[in-house]
Design a protein around this ligand. Structure first.
Ligand SMILES: NCCC[C@H](NC(=O)CCC(=O)O)C(=O)O
Length: 448
């Protein structure tokens, strides 16, 4: 049976702003308080989706969330009408209002971890929503994420959904950003590669000193158990704590994998040799052959990797078996990274082409091409069971572009977040969006 890797991209929400909310994420911190342009952000994302669709890839859309999250503010003690809740928060606790307005759900690589049916105990595709509990503004995403994923992948015969792990740091889970899968064909059984930043229960593992390690080993293990993965189909690796302290807050800022290829930085992991041997051994048992492409620090420093987001790229398989790398403009702007990429595609390996996209609005908050997509490997039958409303087509692209033009502002700064009108604009836009994408009622304002 034919199988596909479908990229579901997060549509940027109407409140996209630079709140400086993510300690340890260099871009988020250094662009704090800049003016944002939500309209441009959403259009940049849509253009990437359209371009991939035009190249022949199956492309999907994942809806943004209702922001400001008034219910979350009520949970923190603000009361009155929705407008009063927002205004009271703006007056007494601006950082909480900013957090409740973040459009961070656009980075859907953090929405969930997904295991394809070929790997799981019951032959269904399994999803575990990520609790994202390292950052308050992200920890409020998972209830709506679960409803949206449920509306996209509704058929219980093919899709199984797990609630987010317990909301404590010991089970910190950031979803697919710390998860990669190696396989021959997407429909074949594969090896799922879980990368964690620290162990919460075993003090023998080292941990970063400066910035938080968002993903724990125990969270990754729990997800693997929930999905019913076999030990032979799983490899755990610890991220190098030194790179977390250099701004690599998720593994997808320092490594990306697809098919049988792992593209990674020399400093990405601890015990790299051992990890590669385990991956090669387990993939080998499945008839595969791991091809690792190591980027030496002498050519690209960790700092250049963080600044350019070289590894936050999408590594895509083309029909002829070769691969294409989708990178952000920032890679072209960095001389060393660009030179490396020229050499890589000329070397005759599997990665033959690089395509560059302008995603500056998202990049300034630390989200590159890979952050903006959730990969779901599906066979033909499963793809047919996905809600067709969320699969990108030329007419849907037109409709969504017009929808963005109609509802989004082209400038947003912190003081605008206190405007209750923004909430109404967001709800009006999302109400229309759920009809466009045929999601039914998924937002708090639609179900309460
Ligand atoms: N995978 C990319 C995630 C980027 C995200 N940035 C943010 O939430 C920044 C939001 C702000 O600062 O306004 C994060 O750090 O989790």
């Amino acid at each position: 049976m034919k199988s596909y890797e479908v990229n579901f991209d997060g549509l940027v929400g109407p409140t996209h702003n630079y709140g400086g909310l993510s300690f340890g994420n260099v871009a988020s911190q250094s662009n704090s308080q800049q003016h944002s342009n939500p309209k441009e952000a959403a259009l940049q994302g849509l253009q990437k989706m359209k371009a991939l669709m035009d190249m022949g890839f199956v492309q999907g859309v994942l809806a943004p969330q209702e922001r400001p999250d008034v219910a979350a503010l009520r949970n923190l003690g603000f009361s009155g009408t929705d407008a009063q809740v927002i205004q009271q928060a703006a007056k007494d606790a601006m950082p909480l209002l900013v957090a409740s307005c973040s459009a961070s759900s656009m980075w859907v690589a953090n929405a969930a971890t997904v295991s394809p049916s070929a790997d799981t105990f019951d032959g269904r595709v399994h999803f575990t929503a990520a609790n994202l509990n390292c950052k308050y503004h992200r920890s409020i995403e998972h209830p709506t994420t679960s409803r949206v994923l449920g509306a996209m992948f509704a058929d219980a015969k093919h899709f199984a959904h797990h609630a987010a792990l317990p909301a404590v740091a010991q089970f910190g889970d950031e979803g697919a950003a710390n998860h990669t899968r190696f396989c021959r064909e997407y429909g074949d059984a594969g090896v799922e590669f879980f990368v964690f930043g620290r162990s919460a229960f075993d003090p023998r593992y080292p941990a970063p000193q400066k910035y938080p390690a968002r993903q724990t080993l125990e969270a990754s293990q729990a997800v693997a158990r929930l999905h019913g993965l076999k030990d032979d189909g799983v490899v755990y690796a610890q991220q190098n704590p030194a790179v977390i302290d250099a701004g690599v807050f998720h593994n997808d800022v320092i490594a990306v994998g697809n098919g049988e290829v792992l593209f990674y930085h020399e400093d990405a992991f601890l015990n790299t040799e051992q990890i590669l041997a385990e991956l090669q051994g387990k993939l080998g048992k499945l008839g595969g052959n791991l091809q690792s492409v190591c980027v030496p620090r002498a050519q690209v420093s960790v700092e250049d990797a963080v600044r350019s987001y070289l590894f936050n790229s999408q590594l895509l398989s083309r029909a002829d078996g070769s691969m294409l790398l989708i990178v952000p403009e920032e890679c072209r702007a960095n001389e060393r990274v660009w030179q490396y990429l020229q050499g890589l595609t000329a070397a005759g390996g599997l990665i033959r082409e690089v395509k560059v996209f302008d995603l500056k609005q998202s990049m300034q908050n630390g989200g590159g091409p890979a952050c903006l997509r959730l990969r779901v490997a599906l066979n033909e039958t499963e793809l047919a069971a996905v809600n067709p409303g969320v699969i990108m087509t030329a007419p849907l692209y037109e409709t969504l572009t017009q929808w963005v033009d109609k509802h989004y502002r082209d400038s947003l700064r912190e003081s605008d977040l206190a405007d209750p009108q923004l909430l109404l604009e967001c709800r009006t836009a999302l109400d229309e969006l759920t009809q466009i994408l045929k999601l039914g009622s998924v937002y708090p304002f639609q179900i309460n």
